[in-house]
Design a protein around this ligand. Structure first.
Ligand code: ADP
Length: 636
């Protein structure tokens, strides 16, 4: 092979190119984070090598003194970050540094607005990483040798952060990676040792390997020429943060550590750091993020905690420690019981994992519960980001149903706004004397829900109703069933029984009216035929002439619409058509002798009931025709 064959120029994947461009332009106000990202990568590379050497000790060779070294060359205007971690092969460098493997990247990029302020927030949710080098560097050179490969197979990767990068094979005696940043003209501040040390302290104190830098030269008064100082000092505490006691760790350190494990740009809301001893022996540090990551809804997105066994990094995203509905929780767990060669398959079967999962789930729910109690406003922000995910909880985690239920937030007819900020306890606190059910109305959106005819009697009697309009809501309700001994009741299901909320005279009156309208009910039943299951008189309406309900044991209409729109076959169900005897149109219908007009009016009222609940008409054109006919008769 010729030397030229070793050197090639390759284009960045288009997503990578876009991200690079964005990074350079939108993160300018927070540029020092490049160092955090590069140190995090170096530390990850050391973790990976440590792990790999458990089964292949020869990978370490003679060098098991792990460290990350930062060097500054003022003349060349470069900063180099060197680690003796796992390194990269040529193929690794091309793939890892030239493409972005995260699924959903292109959708993410499309969601960007072009507004730098907003985009810098968004990009934080994506995770910044290696490309942040280009915020301060005009050229980045990476020299790397993969552990276990020959020194002649090292590779140099060079890019100026535009369309392409170059790779060539080089000699490198030592395993590991050096990232050399050639600073842009106006970035001289980073050539200053003190500045760099402060940044390292600020962002990488918790990194468990030493980060070393040359000692600063002190110029003596009687000036002898300053000698080149070759002595290195360790800048960070270099102790795994979770192994320290809580009282020793400051909030800032917890926050920085979060950014390190989560690749999130923003501060977390809360965290919980616990050491468990006894039957099981482990430490966990879990965080509640402030913002949802871009891939929260991507099925295949990685999730889970970083797993360590006896301080040795084992894997990222160990998803066995938390249920799916808590996939937004980030953090680490360090076990003293598991074996160092534990695999994902073993994790799935190990009974110890099951009890850790139970404890961690409870801990995560406790963080939220405490947040809700201490700071309703912050909790509200959390709910906006993750409430939809938490709603998956009752179905997935039956044991914690009650606990999760207390964390749910709803909008209700009481607050009169499309803001989900009321808890079930709030609702129960306002229940009417004698009320034994929690009522809810479900529709496609807030407006349709709150204008549902089914709410009329509740408005009249001033009974509060939960207003549900998220896709998942009816499904959630079907798993909740009850809360605090009170059943949930869909206001559009079954015959309305308000129990003691109705007095005796009202009930007697209902019976009388039903008798009076018996004939009308059978005329309508005959006319509608197969279209409905039943026609009956209702007392749930005040303003509307009619509404449709489903039987108690049938699927709710909103759920039906969602399943149908997802292309699922849903068994057909017939509806119950309820008419309001107090409404002038129904009274008119009762007195209508003309058969044609009776039929038109009935059909119009029926179709309107469909429209009011947000359903589609089977024959909209006929509806329009009938309505216009009636309108013309009116004006004649
Ligand atoms: P992330 O760290 O979130 O995966 P980055 O863009 O920071 O994303 O890095 C991309 C990949 O490049 C890493 O996942 C890793 O495989 C590789 N990489 C980066 N820096 C190093 C390093 N110092 N040593 C070994 N591999 C590295």
């Amino acid at each position: 092979m010729t030397v030229e064959a070793h050197k090639e120029t390759l284009g960045f994947q288009s997503e990578a190119k876009q991200l690079l461009h964005l990074m350079i332009h939108s993160l300018y106000s927070n540029k020092e984070i490049f160092l955090r990202e590069l140190i995090a990568n170096a530390s990850d590379a050391i973790d990976k090598l440590r792990f790999a050497s458990l089964s292949e000790p020869e990978l370490l060779g003679k060098d098991s003194d792990f460290k990350i070294r930062i060097d500054v060359d003022k003349e060349a205007r470069t900063i180099s970050i060197t680690d003796n971690g796992i390194g990269m092969t040529r193929d690794d460098a091309i793939t890892h540094l030239g493409t972005i493997a995260k699924s959903g990247t292109s959708q993410f990029l499309q969601s960007l607005t072009g507004d730098q302020q907003k985009d810098s927030q968004l990009i934080g949710q994506f995770g910044v990483g290696f490309y942040s080098s280009f915020i301060v560097a005009e050229k980045v050179v990476v020299e790397t040798l993969a552990a276990g490969t020959d020194s002649s197979e090292a590779v140099r990767w060079i890019s100026i952060g535009e369309a392409d990068f170059e790779v060539e094979t080089i000699e490198r005696p030592a395993r590991g990676t050096t990232v050399i940043l050639h600073l842009k003209a106006d970035q001289d501040e980073y050539l200053d040792g003190w500045t760099l040390k402060n940044i390292v302290k600020k962002y990488a104190d918790h990194v468990s390997v030493p980060v070393v830098m040359k000692k600063e030269a002190v110029v003596a008064d009687d000036d002898e020429s300053v000698q080149d100082i070759t002595e290195y000092e360790t800048i960070n505490t270099a102790k795994a943060l979770w192994t320290r006691s809580r009282s020793e760790v400051s909030d800032d350190e917890y926050i920085e550590f979060y950014k390190h494990v989560s690749h999130d740009f923003q501060d977390p809301i809360r965290w919980s750091h616990n050491k468990v001893e006894g039957k099981l022996d482990y430490t966990s540090l879990i965080y509640l993020p402030a913002k949802a990551p871009f891939d929260l809804w991507q099925r295949e997105a990685p999730r889970g905690l970083k797993l360590y066994v006896q301080r040795v990094f084992i894997m990222d995203e160990a998803e066995q420690f938390l249920p799916l509905y808590l996939r937004f929780i980030k953090g680490v767990v360090d076990s003293n019981d598991l074996s160092l060669n534990v695999s994902r398959e073993i994790l799935q079967k190990d009974p110890a994992i099951e009890s850790m999962r139970t404890a961690l789930t409870k801990r995560a729910l406790d963080i939220m519960e405490k947040l809700a109690k201490d700071d309703a406003e912050k909790y509200q922000e959390f709910w906006k980001e993750f409430g939809q995910v938490l709603k998956e909880g009752p179905a997935e985690d039956f044991t914690n149903k009650e606990k999760i239920s207390r964390l749910l937030r709803f909008s209700t007819t009481h607050t009169g706004a499309a803001t989900q900020d009321q808890s079930l306890d709030d609702y129960i606190g306002r229940m009417k004397e004698g009320q034994d059910k929690i009522y809810y109305v479900a529709a496609e959106n807030y407006h349709t829900a709150t204008n549902s005819p089914h709410l009329e009697v509740f408005k009249k009697k001033d009974i509060e109703v939960l207003v549900l309009y998220d896709r998942i809501d009816e499904w959630l309700m079907s798993h909740l069933m009850e809360f605090d001994g009170k059943q949930f009741q869909d206001v559009a299901k079954g015959s309305l029984d308000l129990g003691v909320l109705e007095d005796e005279t009202e009930k007697e009156n209902h019976e009388k009216v039903e008798e009076e309208f018996k004939d009308l009910v059978s005329r309508i039943t005959e006319l509608l035929g197969e279209k409905v299951e039943e026609v009956r008189i209702t007392h749930r309406l005040t303003d509307s002439p009619a509404c449709l309900v489903v039987n108690e044991d049938e699927m709710g209409m909103q759920m039906r619409r969602i399943l149908e729109s997802a292309g699922q076959a849903v068994p057909g169900s017939k509806r119950i058509f309820e008419i309001n005897p107090e409404h002038p149109l129904v009274v008119k219908l009762n007195d209508e002798p003309d058969l044609d007009r009776f039929s038109d009016l009935t059909m119009v009222i029926f179709d309107q009931a469909m429209l009011a609940e947000g359903s589609q008409l089977e024959e909209p054109a006929n509806y329009v025709k009938r309505l216009n006919k009636l309108l013309l008769e009116l004006s004649a």
